[in-house]
Design a protein around this ligand. Structure first.
Ligand SMILES: Nc1ncnc2c1ncn2[C@@H]1O[C@H](COP(=O)(O)OP(=O)(O)OP(=O)(O)O)[C@@H](O)[C@H]1O
Ligand SMILES: [Mg+2]
Length: 402
């Protein structure tokens, strides 16, 4: 047996059991019964099972919200109750426990604060997430007024605000329309490609089949099947050959070849049917292109930039650099209480060299280069001489200090 501390897996469960008991310690429900499974890093893992099969109970034990009765469970190699792993986990519960009187913006800001994000990061992530889940236009309405699908969307945004390494989604598509469902599935796949580990619980077979790398199927708290989608679903006894439409004479010739080579005929020749989901998506997309007016939900935008790992670029980087300058300018005179000195020859030469470099290369390349102490020094001198940059770097009026 591998010790929980040395486990390279994100989750490892061995003989995991949860029995709910009443006041007299009589068994009420054996919700999870001796299950073994592991979730590997960067994998999309499905928990599939009918109502009451133990999916949410497993999730609650992983989150440390319920204590196991027996067995072993580790998350990031630690006990689920360990607080140091909490900031690496994002959780969308089966039922949203969001504050009904807060609006979406306040909700995301609140959860961002819980994770210790600074004001600018919270504001940027809130904007990107609201846009992504299609709620920007109702950002100021209290969550208590939201429909079920809208509540699901804000719940998903909340689960992502800390850019978690491990995302746990309990029935993420319940209450969502087909477009919302597709967006959530696309988002899960995209996050999976970015190396996130995702645990998805659902009783909707298509959800799990479409996105999961591996899954377990539960029934009455026990694992009945486990493996990759191909391992579980591949029918090795049959063959499908897919082509564009064939003429009947061609099919006759193919059947003759199969008869000759394999000694059998073709069981069925058919035109494939489109999936209802795809048909519906195409229909809505067409209506949207024709700009048919709708009073319903405006569907979500692209995946938030910070979730695509594009945080340390462009504006964000400029913001962070100007903040650094402002901090240095603010600290310097107070610490040394000295009058600004004119720049020495060395610094001026460096400034000139820097300018010509910037003119020659792309701006973002120059910006992403690590700042040497001299670089910082030259920024300070710029600021002292001109003062313009400093003004740009100042905290906007009304900015929260946190
Ligand atoms: N707090 C509790 N007290 C007593 N029994 C519970 C408790 N929570 C869950 N159970 C029982 O444990 C079993 C598994 O419940 P669980 O919520 O894990 O199922 P599930 O697979 O998530 O179902 P669903 O698809 O309906 O969400 C059920 O029989 C349920 O009644
Ligand atoms: Mg459940």
């Amino acid at each position: 047996m591998v010790s929980p501390v040395s486990s390279p897996n994100i989750v490892e469960a061995v003989g995991l059991t949860k029995v709910f008991r009443d006041f007299w310690l009589r068994t009420k429900a054996r919700a999870v019964d001796n299950v073994d499974f592991e979730i590997h890093p960067s994998e999309i893992f499905g928990l599939l099972g009918p109502n009451g099969s133990g999916k949410s109970t497993i999730i609650k034990m992983i989150l440390g919200l319920l204590h196991k009765t027996r067995g072993r469970l580790s998350v990031f190699g630690k006990a689920p109750s360990d607080v140091s792993i909490k900031r690496r986990i994002g959780f969308l519960p089966e039922e949203s426990y969001l504050y009904q009187f807060l609006n979406s913006r306040e909700t995301l800001d609140y959860y961002g604060k819980l994770f210790g994000l600074d004001y600018r990061t919270r504001r940027r992530r809130t904007d990107e997430l609201l846009d992504m889940v299609g709620l920007s236009h109702v950002a100021h309405r209290p969550i208590g007024e939201f429909s079920k699908g809208m509540t699901r969307r804000i719940g998903l945004a909340q689960a992502l605000v800390n850019d978690p390494d491990f995302l746990i989604l309990d029935e993420p598509t319940s209450g969502l329309d087909p477009i919302g469902t597709r967006q959530v599935k696309d988002l899960i796949v995209e996050l999976g490609k970015r190396g996130k580990t995702i645990l998805l619980s659902s009783h909707l077979l298509a959800d799990v089949e479409d996105v999961c790398d591996r899954m377990v199927m539960l029934y009455a708290g026990r694992i009945r099947a486990q493996g990759t989608v191909d391992e579980l679903l591949c029918d090795t006894k049959r063959t499908i050959i897919e082509t564009s439409r064939l003429e009947p004479e061609t099919i006759v010739q193919i059947e003759q070849v199969i008869q000759r080579c394999e000694g059998m005929g073709i069981d069925k020749v058919d035109s494939p049917r489109q999936r209802l989901e795809q048909f519906f998506m195409d229909l809505v997309e067409k209506a949207r292109r024709e700009q048919v007016a709708t009073a319903g939900v405006v569907h979500g935008g692209p995946t938030a930039r910070f979730l695509r790992g594009e945080d340390a670029r462009g504006e964000d980087l400029i913001e962070s650099l100007s903040r650094e300058e402002k901090e240095l300018v603010g600290i310097r005179p107070a610490a040394a209480s000295e009058a600004p000195q004119p720049p020495g020859d060395e610094v001026l030469a460096q400034l000139l060299a820097e300018e010509s470099n910037q003119a020659a290369g792309p701006a973002d390349q120059a910006a992403t280069a690590p700042k040497s102490p001299q670089d910082v020094e030259s920024s300070v001198i710029d600021a002292l001489l001109g003062g313009d940059d400093v003004a740009q770097g100042e905290e906007p009026p009304g900015d929260e200090k946190s």
